[in-house]
Design a protein around this ligand. Sequence first.
Ligand SMILES: Cc1cc2nc3c(=O)[nH]c(=O)nc-3n(C[C@H](O)[C@H](O)[C@H](O)COP(=O)(O)OP(=O)(O)OC[C@H]3O[C@@H](n4cnc5c(N)ncnc54)[C@H](O)[C@@H]3O)c2cc1C
Ligand code: FES
Length: 373
Amino acid sequence: MAFGLFKKKEKKQEGGYGPHYHDLTVSDIIEETKDAITIVFDHPAEKKITYRPGQFLTLIVPVGGKEVRRAYSLCSSPFVDESLAVTVKRVDNGLMSNHLPDHLKKGDKVKVMEPMGQFVTEFDKSNKRHLILFAGGSGITPMMSIIKSILNQEPESILSLIYCNRDIDSIIFKDQLEKIQTTFEGRLHIIHVLDNAPMNWQGYSGLLNGEMLAKLVERIPDWGIDKTTYLMCGPEGMMKNVDTLLAARSIPKEKIFKESFVQGTIDKASKKEEVAVADEELKTRVVTIRYDGEEYKVEVPPDKFILETALDMGIDLPYSCQSGLCTACRGKALSGKVKLDEEEGLSQSERDEGYVLTCVGHPLTDDVVIEIG
Ligand SMILES: Cc1cc2nc3c(=O)[nH]c(=O)nc-3n(C[C@H](O)[C@H](O)[C@H](O)COP(=O)(O)OP(=O)(O)OC[C@H]3O[C@@H](n4cnc5c(N)ncnc54)[C@H](O)[C@@H]3O)c2cc1C
Ligand code: FES
């Protein structure tokens, strides 16, 4: 059971939401494929929303009488596009990804949490680099924002996109990408890979395994390791194959950036034993959370996460996926030890710097102080 707050000001606005939330108006809905739509939002009249290419919006929508939150990467570019846009692909039996295309209309208002996420890069006009992007299905969304932004902001940089899809009809942004490729001739190389290719298909088809990846990488420009960065976003199997290939090519980990949309299942079994050992150290402990100039004391029981406990107490902390993927709940542990049930969302350097994810975190010591934001 959580005990009272140490200190808390009422920060929520009318309707129960704080300053980190916005009500956005849907200005357009574009059917990209038979199972994916792009939702275009106007910026709020009072102030433009700032974001970085690669970040996501958290959509907060009532579905079946319950408030549901899901993260959607912005596919628009802050340097190129007037509006904000996210693209949502239906997931079998998925709550939000089916609710949105079935019910959302132009003119509707959607509550969102401000853009977040660490799948980002610094832009500089003087950069001369090669970004190699691996995207699968809806994993193209953050890449789209990054592609448009790099082409606009860094005249001497180039991109190669290896883009995997089930079949030709499921390629999101197919025409847009072709147009961009033509406009920025020689600066964007696109290689499509389909699971099921039609007879006249000029591109690649088949499983994106190590052998196929090795073949594809041979076809893209080689600017040398110092000037090359690798980004990936797609289904778990694809990301794992790309990881294996890059490791086999001795690409340093700090050159590789990943965004995961779903929690991995591969390698989970081998981690279980490790987790069970740490579980023995779990007991009710008080965690201090600093956020937005406030300090909260939260008593976290062993069977609950830090975020979950804080939310139960009515503390308005940032979060989105609640499964350790999106980093919306990221904070820095200024002291104490925190055990994360899921570490995928954080890079090794973030972990080394003491960052933790409150949505999957348990305190392991009595002196945990976490600063968020
Ligand atoms: C940082 C981040 C950015 C994201 N960006 C996008 C985006 O740009 N476009 C987009 O369409 N989605 C994106 N997602 C995924 C999105 O947040 C939802 O998870 C997805 O729309 C499914 O939600 P749902 O409510 O429909 O499914 P749920 O009801 O939550 O889940 C139903 C089932 O489907 C599985 N599932 C969930 N997502 C997927 C998936 N992508 N592929 C296969 N199985 C899945 C779940 O594990 C569960 O078993 C992103 C996720 C994260 C963490
Ligand atoms: S809420 Fe997404 S990582 Fe914690």
